[in-house]
Design a protein around this ligand. Structure first.
Ligand SMILES: C[S@@+](CC[C@H](N)C(=O)[O-])C[C@H]1O[C@@H](n2cnc3c(N)ncnc32)[C@H](O)[C@@H]1O
Length: 275
């Protein structure tokens, strides 16, 4: 199956143009706007230094929408989620990634947007995730807040789904500063019946669409940044040919290739989350 619709533009405007009950699920990974404790943090012009460890800076294009403070991020999230609640069919799943800092704001905004909040699935990135310094617990997990549009009927095609997902971030598999592993997303898209449609309104490098294609699901991807639209198209073309896309990497500083080929767990894997 190869049915992936890619739409470039501002998500709120595009969501407003999509039909009621036209998707089976939302699976999305918005900008977290996390870690901006000071005005200067929120005014940063690039996301690279925030999301990428120093060895890998410059590898992926920057992205916008990551500089709201916590309250306005919550209001904005309720706005786009309420559109998604309209677009996803009654009984459909809603899954949204978040980090520890924005977790409580997301669970409020999720419900303010009209979703029924049903739980939390940790995504465990493993021992390669960063720890700000020796006294810290590693920021090893991100979280998937999940729920449904109204009542959740019994699932006819699978489940119960795993309540904790462990997939490391591998540099070769990462096409975005905050890119998610394809294997993780393949697990998640299985909540939709074969042939069903997944909506991702913050598509980034299109990992949700790649996973959907590999699992025989349809997808609708929305992304604002043109360089990422190019990356999505390149990845989809490669997936159609049954191969993985190559990284079109900019000039790499000395030592980067060596860092990218080191095994997981050496503390150098970029985890896509601010410390
Ligand atoms: C965290 S990234 C998603 C990464 C994705 N899961 C992947 O694996 O590549 C969020 C994406 O949302 C996009 N974005 C942010 N605000 C947006 C908006 N208002 N409309 C459309 N896209 C937006 C950003 O450009 C960014 O690429």
């Amino acid at each position: 199956m190869d049915d992936c619709t890619v739409i470039q533009g501002e998500t709120l405007r595009i969501l407003q143009s999509l039909e009621d009950a036209s998707a089976d699920a939302l699976i999305t990974d918005p900008p977290y706007s996390s870690g901006g404790m000071y005005r200067g943090d929120r005014a940063m012009s690039t996301t690279d230094s925030k999301y990428t460890q120093s060895e890998q800076r410059g590898t992926h294009p920057d992205f916008g929408g990551d500089n709201r403070d916590q309250r306005s991020w919550g209001y904005w999230t309720a706005l786009w989620l309420s559109e998604c609640v309209r677009i996803v069919k009654p009984g459909g799943y809603l899954l949204c990634f978040v980090d520890w800092r924005q977790l409580s704001t997301l669970t409020d905004a999720f419900q303010a947007g009209g979703a029924v909040w049903r739980g939390l699935v940790p995504w465990d990135k493993g021992g390669g995730a960063r720890a700000p310094h020796t006294g810290y617990f590693r920021h090893q997990c991100e979280y998937i807040v999940w729920g449904s549009v109204g009542a959740l009927p019994k699932c006819g095609h699978g489940g119960p789904w795993s309540g904790c997902l462990r997939y490391p971030v591998k540099p070769r598999d990462k096409f975005h500063q905050a890119g998610k592993p394809v294997e993780l997303m393949r697990e998640l898209v299985k909540i939709v019946p074969p042939g069903g449609t997944v909506l991702d309104c913050f598509a980034g490098s299109g990992t949700t669409g790649i996973a959907a294609m590999l699992e025989g699901r349809r997808s609708v991807l929305i992304e604002r940044e043109p360089p990422y639209i190019e990356i999505i198209r390149r990845r989809l073309d490669a997936a159609r040919q049954g191969v993985e896309a190559d990284h079109e990497e900019p000039e790499q500083p000395d030592g980067l290739e060596a860092a990218a080929s080191r095994p997981e767990g050496d503390g150098l894997t970029s985890d896509g989350a601010p410390a």
